[in-house]
Design a protein around this ligand. Structure first.
Ligand code: C5P
Length: 231
C-alpha cells in the first residue's frame, strides 16, 4: 500500500491536491498539517473517502498518552502512532486508550516509531547514550512494541528484514525514504525504490514529494504504485 504524505502548509492546498485524484487513497497527515488545520482537515479528507494515517508521534507519560489515544480513536482514522522510546507501559496504555475510545468499533492500527531515520549512529551513541548500532536499537524498540501488543512500527526500508525476523511477518512495517530511480532525492539520504521496498517486505510505503511536487501528481502516484505492486 502506498501512503501519500500530505505535507502541505494549509487546508486549501491539501484539498486542491486531493481533488485531482478520483479514487480513494491512503494519505498521511503529519504534525505540520494537523497543528495548522486541526480536526477539520481530518473530517474533510474523510469526506473524500481517503484512508488516513494520522502521524502525530505521541510521547508522554502513560496516562496522558492513553487519554490522547482515547480522543484520537474518536476521529475514526485508520493508523495512529507514538514513539516506542516512551516504553512498554506507555505503549500498552496507549492501546488501552485506543480500544476504549473505539467503543466496540474497529480501532485504528497503532504503530510505533523506532529510531527516526534522521538519527545517526554517532548522535544515538553520543547524545542519547544508546550504545551499539542503530539497527540493534530499532529491533529492540520493535520488540518492545510487539510485547506491548502494537500492530507494527515505522522504520527505514533497510531495517524491515531484521524487524520481521525478530517480530514476525505479520508485524506491520511502514517505511518512508522512497524514491523512483528517476526522482530527486530531496533531503532523504537512505532511499529505496518502491520495488525494492516491496522485495524487502515493507507493508506500507510513505511517499511525499515525488508525488506532491510532481508536474502530474496522479501519474506519479500511479507509477509509484505500479512499481511497488510489481505491475
Ligand atoms: O517527501 P518525502 O517522500 O521525503 O516524505 C516522507 C514523509 O515521511 C514525510 O512526511 C516525513 O516527515 C516522513 N518521515 C520520514 N522519515 C522518518 C519518519 C517520517 O521521511 N523517519
Amino acid at each position: 500500500m502506498v501512503i501519500v504524505a500530505l505535507d502541505f502548509e494549509n487546508k486549501d492546498k491539501t484539498l486542491a491536491f486531493l481533488r485531482q485524484f478520483k479514487k480513494p487513497m491512503y494519505v498521511k497527515v503529519g504534525m505540520e498539517l494537523f497543528y495548522g488545520s486541526g480536526i477539520e482537515i481530518i473530517k474533510e479528507i474523510k469526506a473524500l473517502n481517503h484512508k488516513i494515517f494520522l502521524d502525530l508521534k505521541c510521547h508522554d507519560i502513560p496516562n496522558t498518552v492513553k487519554k490522547a489515544m482515547y480522543n484520537l480513536a474518536k476521529l475514526d482514522v485508520d493508523i495512529v502512532n507514538l514513539h516506542a522510546s516512551g516504553g512498554i507501559k506507555m505503549m500498552t496504555s496507549a492501546m488501552e486508550g485506543l480500544i476504549e475510545g473505539s467503543n466496540g468499533k474497529k480501532r485504528p492500527l497503532l504503530i510505533a516509531v523506532t529510531q527516526l531515520t534522521s538519527t545517526s549512529k554517532q548522535m544515538m551513541n553520543d547524545e542519547l547514550k544508546i550504545d551499539g548500532e542503530v539497527i540493534d536499537s530499532v529491533v529492540n524498540l520493535a520488540l518492545n512494541a510487539k510485547k506491548a501488543g502494537l500492530d507494527g512500527v515505522v522504520c527505514s526500508p533497510l531495517e524491515v528484514l531484521k524487524v520481521k525476523e525478530a517480530c514476525g511477518d505479520d508485524f506491520i512495517t511502514v517505511t518512508p525514504g522512497i524514491r523512483l530511480e528517476s526522482d530527486s532525492k530531496d533531503d532523504q539520504v537512505r532511499i529505496t525504490t518502491p520495488k525494492k521496498a516491496r522485495e524487502l517486505g515493507c507493508d506500507y510505503i510513505v511517499v511525499g514529494r515525488p508525488i506532491t511536487k510532481a508536474l502530474d501528481p496522479v501519474l506519479a502516484y500511479e507509477n509509484i504504485s505500479k512499481d511497488f505492486l510489481g505491475e
